[in-house]
Design a protein around this ligand. Sequence first.
Ligand code: FAD
Ligand code: MG
Length: 297
Amino acid sequence: MKIDFAIIGGSYAGLSAALQLARARRQVLVVDAGQRRNRFVDEADGHAHGFLTQDGRAPAAIAAEARRQLMRYPTVHWMDGLADEARVREDGRFEFRVDELGVDAGRLILATGVRDELPPVPGLAERWGRSVFHCPYCHGYEMDAGRIGIIASSALAQHHGIMLPDWGTPTLFLNGAYTPSDEELDALARRGTRVEPTPIERIDGIADVVLKDGRTLTMNGLFTQPRTSLSSPVAAQLGCAMEEGPMGPFIKVGPMQDTSIPNVFACGDAARAAGSVTLAVSDGVMAALGAHRSTMF
Ligand code: FAD
Ligand code: MG
């Protein structure tokens, strides 16, 4: 298949990029493997927060509505599947495969997102997106200003320890993941965050933290700091330069979401240190404008 613009990843960032190109009457292909980062929230019948006009709506419903509106444009083509084996051709165009099908594209927009790796605490992963979260702005309010557990995965937990008192009464479970300095302990104490050094046995119930010494501390919800990695190797296959963020690597981009490889653009969680639906949608617009203009200027 030969196409002007191919977008790999059809969630918020990719859908947003596609909408701009569709409205410029350009031929655009969206390839999507259907593994949105926040799909765990849908599995828990939960809600997405903080996206203007959609606050409290299911993440899947937001994506489905965006896709429905996008598919009204006749120049948009959709393909379910996983893009792989991406490469830059000698004539400057791009090739990749989706299963048996080869795609030949003039411009590429990578909107492939990231995946989360949680600390190996028994019971934590099953509650991800249900009562375990990473972003206080997205899910802090639903803690009802009550007891919040912070499950440390690294020294990044210190940030949660300082921030989360705005959303409730936090206990920071160090769980051997890091040792705060005296200065850091003072800072936590000034914010009213309790520090619990006893290692965790497992998570029970909604957000009950069972400690190795037999105590159980019941929380309204838990926050942790996942390590992120790019969901797809396509950026690496093309040779895009990367940047190291506090949570993990992401694709390095310029002001128009342009990567280090000419005519390849990247947007959303895959191309920023930390993301949200709003930021993914915003990046998607800019990536589309960058890709579109690159065909003229
Ligand atoms: P994603 O939504 O992750 O989508 C990437 C898409 O690309 C996926 O469909 C994937 O299958 C596809 N893909 C990847 N590789 C390929 C490939 N090679 N070929 C084809 N397709 C591919 N944000 C908020 O604003 N509010 C919230 O309340 C909120 N809650 C969250 C709760 C949890 C538990 C988590 C984990 C995240 C939450 N987020 C929230 C963050 C939000 O999910 C992300 O910022 C957002 O999904 C990023 O959008 P994206 O389009 O960049 O990537
Ligand atoms: Mg940017």
